[in-house]
Design a binder for this molecule. Structure first.
Ligand SMILES: [Zn+2]
Length: 271
């Protein structure tokens, strides 16, 4: 499933191809995404120019003269920039055709993705207005984590995956960030010290930044000629490494199930 780094990688990948371009037409081949696509969007954006390719949490925001397209990749969605003449393949549901002769094509086998449109400030949209601070921006700090953990007994891993408190940390990056911060995933959130909160905030930023960097390299290839989506596999410390030696201490990485998701950790490095 695309997590925040993949979405940010996608944003950076498409940005040079879409910003400043006029939308010739938006074609909806399949309306039945997570929410039915409102076909009025097609006439609303036709002929408008794309000013900015932004992101809030896992939502891509294509800001046009007419309003903002809010696109979510869901569980299996991907975007490709292709010549308009490229034949569609299975699960190609949307085309945003540009005046450059290229199209921004959305493919999503499982159809949990979505396309919405607003003429208002997208930050005020019901899906976005209650989201927590962006982990890669300045408002996300150890102090912020300290405040939100004080009264919460929930396991710290589950807290950092709660998008009302921290956005963009999915299952992979939660295990990775806790390893980097040397904190056990089952620790009650309120048991973290101020120092640990600071370490965890830094670890979340570092983990996501690294993932964006690695993803960026892969995406340059995929936006190009072959058109294959290329979600990356970065070098991970613990995720899906159960039984393998810890990259820091050499002891075997452990695995358990937490909130129906697999958690990976090192009992020696994490306290
Ligand atoms: Zn270790």
């Amino acid at each position: 499933m695309p997590e925040l780094p993949e979405v940010e990688t996608t944003r950076r990948g498409i940005e040079p191809y879409v910003v400043g371009r006029r939308i010739r037409q938006l074609l909806v081949h399949e309306r039945r995404l997570r929410w039915p696509v409102d076909t009025a969007i097609t006439s609303a954006v036709a002929g408008s120019s794309i000013r900015r390719a932004g992101r809030r949490a896992k939502y891509l925001l294509l800001e046009t003269d007419a309003g903002t397209l809010i696109l979510h990749l869901g569980m299996s969605g991907s975007l490709r920039v292709l010549p308009i003449s490229t034949p569609r393949i299975a699960h190609d549901h949307l085309d945003i055709e540009l005046d450059s002769g290229q199209t921004l094509r959305f493919n999503d086998p499982r159809r949990f993705g979505s396309l919405l449109f607003t003429t208002a400030d997208p930050e005020l949209h019901p899906l976005l207005r209650r989201l927590a601070p962006e982990p890669l921006e300045d408002g996300f700090t150890g102090d912020y984590l300290w405040k939100i953990t004080r009264r919460r007994a929930v396991a710290i891993k589950q807290l950092i995956m709660n998008s009302h408190l921290v956005v963009g940390v999915g299952n992979i990056y939660a295990s990775e960030a806790l390893f980097r911060a040397r904190i056990r995933p089952r620790r009650p959130a309120r048991s973290l010290t101020r120092t640990e909160c600071a370490r965890l905030a830094r670890a979340i930023k570092a983990t996501l930044t690294m993932a964006v960097k690695v993803g960026g390299t892969t995406l340059r290839d995929y936006v190009g000629a072959d058109g294959n989506p290329g979600y990356f596999r970065q070098k991970l410390y613990v995720y899906e490494r159960a039984g393998k030696p810890c990259r820091v201490c050499g002891k075997p990485i452990r695995k358990f199930t937490q909130g129906q998701r697999s958690t990976y950790w090192c009992a020696n490095c994490q306290k």
